[in-house]
Each structure stands twice: as C-alpha cells, then as structure tokens.
Design a binder for this molecule. Structure first.
Ligand code: DGL
Length: 270
C-alpha cells in the first residue's frame, strides 16, 4: 500500500514529513533525483525525461500513486505525463492545485467560475523554470479574478539548499525578497512555490515581515492526499515498505537530509 513521493532532490522531504504525520499508516517511497538537481534551470523536455524516469522507478517499487512533490516538474511535465504517459491503472498528482485552492479558499474539486478573493497582491517565489512556465498564474486564473501576482525566480537557492549551505541560502532568500519588494512593496501573501523553500521558511518570513502570510505546500498537500485516498483507497499500491531512494551519493544525501529534517534519514541507491 505504498505511495510514491518524487522530487529533484531534498525539497520533497518537506512534503514527505507532512504526509507521514497526516497518514502514519501509509508507507511512503521517496525518490530524490539528486544527481540531476536542480531541475529549475533545465528546459521542459529535459525535466520531462528525468521526471518520467524517476516516476517509473516509483511504479516499480510498488507505488500506483505518485505525488510530484516538485513544482518545477509539476509545471513543466505533469500535464504532458497525464495526457500521454501515465498508465490507466496509475495516478500522478502535482503540488500546485492544493496550494491555489487554499489561497482562493476553495474546496477540492470546486469547478465554479473564477471569482474575487480576499488576497489581491501575491508574491510568488519559485525556480526560474516554474516562473517561466507561468503555470501558477494559469491555474490561479481558472479560480480567481483580480489577483496581482509578482513572481520572483530564486536563482541559486535550490543549489545552496542541496549543498547544505544554510548561510548562503539565507543570504539568497534576503536578496530575492528585496528584489521582489522593489516591484511589489506590500504583498499580502507569499507563496513558496518550490518544495525546497519551506526548509528556509523562517528566513522568508523574517525578510517579508510579520504582516505577510506565507503559504507553503506541505500541510496543504497532506490534507489533499488524505482526502484523495479516502475517496480512492484502491490507489494505495501493492508496495508495503517505505524507503528513501536517490540517484545521488546515498551517504552524502543521507547526511544532508538528516541535517535538514533533524532526524536520521537513510537513503539507498535508486
Ligand atoms: N523542489 C523542486 C520544486 O518544487 C525543484 C527544485 C529544483 O530542482 O530546481 O520546484
């Protein structure tokens, strides 16, 4: 009954933590494509190839349902995968929609026309590839009108996090927030649109100030997954063992994961 969690590297661990807390009885198989992170500077074709390879590995590990805990892959590859690639007995879901539903105060599956929402000025922090895709703005436009989104591509931040360099990561957060504020001085809400960024959530909140509501995906995705599995219990795959797989060096990746999550994590070669 395993469920797969995919990311380009360590960022999806923020989602893994939340789904494990919410669904402690479900074994999760985590796949980090650390050898190829960051995805945020790759083109869509490349991200598609890497994402399908990783998701195939998770299908092979007994997962019928895989969460792309990666906004870059969700933005650049998910739609194409769902249309042409995912076998009919498997499902692949992304992390965008739960976030946008929370921002627009919608219930799951509410397909009514777009309407005005309370939040009018939204800052989006994401990888260069996610920002370039405009996928967030497209999904938002299906649900809300009159929301001004200012997107900041946070070049370098995923690399710093993957390297375990928290000091550089904090400095990058401050400079990306400053750059954003030059264009939108008073955002009401900030979206952390990359699953690596919650590892730096305190730095974002500090740089943005206490009046800005910071939305990060982990808990929102966990609620959506619990809801989905309640309605589709058959999508719990045949795998019964949780594990951590990486395309990178298992010892090095385990050390960084342990540093970030402050509990012992042991990866094995994918
Ligand atoms: N954590 C991923 C995301 O949510 C990918 C970051 C990257 O590999 O650039 O976008």
């Amino acid at each position: 009954m395993a469920v797969g969690i995919f990311d380009s590297g360590l960022g999806g661990l923020t989602v893994l933590e939340a789904v494990t807390r919410r669904l402690p009885q479900v074994p999760f198989v985590y796949f980090g494509d650390n050898a190829h992170a960051p995805y945020g500077v790759r083109d869509a074709e490349n991200v598609y190839g890497l994402t399908t390879a990783g998701v195939s590995r998770l299908f092979g590990a007994g997962c019928d349902l895989v969460i792309l805990a990666c906004n870059t892959a969700s933005a650049a590859a998910l739609r194409r995968m769902q249309e042409n690639w995912v076998p009919s007995d498997k499902r692949v879901l992304g992390v965008f929609v739960p976030l946008i539903e929370a921002l627009t105060e919608r219930q799951w599956g509410d397909n009514s026309p777009p309407r005005e929402v309370a939040v009018k000025h939204v800052a989006l922090f994401a990888t260069p590839a996610t920002v370039a895709s405009r996928a967030f703005q497209r999904e938002l436009a299906f649900r809300a009108i009159g929301v001004d989104v200012e997107a900041q591509p946070c070049g370098g931040l995923v690399d710093a996090i993957e390297e375990g360099d928290e000091i550089l990561a904090e400095a990058l957060v401050r400079s990306h927030v400053e750059a954003l504020k030059r264009r939108m001085p008073h955002p009401e809400a900030a979206i952390l649109g990359c699953t690596h960024y919650p590892l730096m959530e305190a730095a974002f909140q500090e740089a943005l100030g206490p009046d800005v509501a910071v939305y990060s995906q982990a808990n929102l995705v966990a609620e959506s997954l619990a809801d989905y599995l309640g309605r589709h219990p058959d999508m719990l795959g045949p795998g019964d063992e949780g594990m951590f797989l990486t395309t990178g060096n298992p010892a090095a990746v385990s050390n960084k994961a342990t540093q970030f999550l402050r509990r012992r994590i042991k990866f094995r070669a994918a």
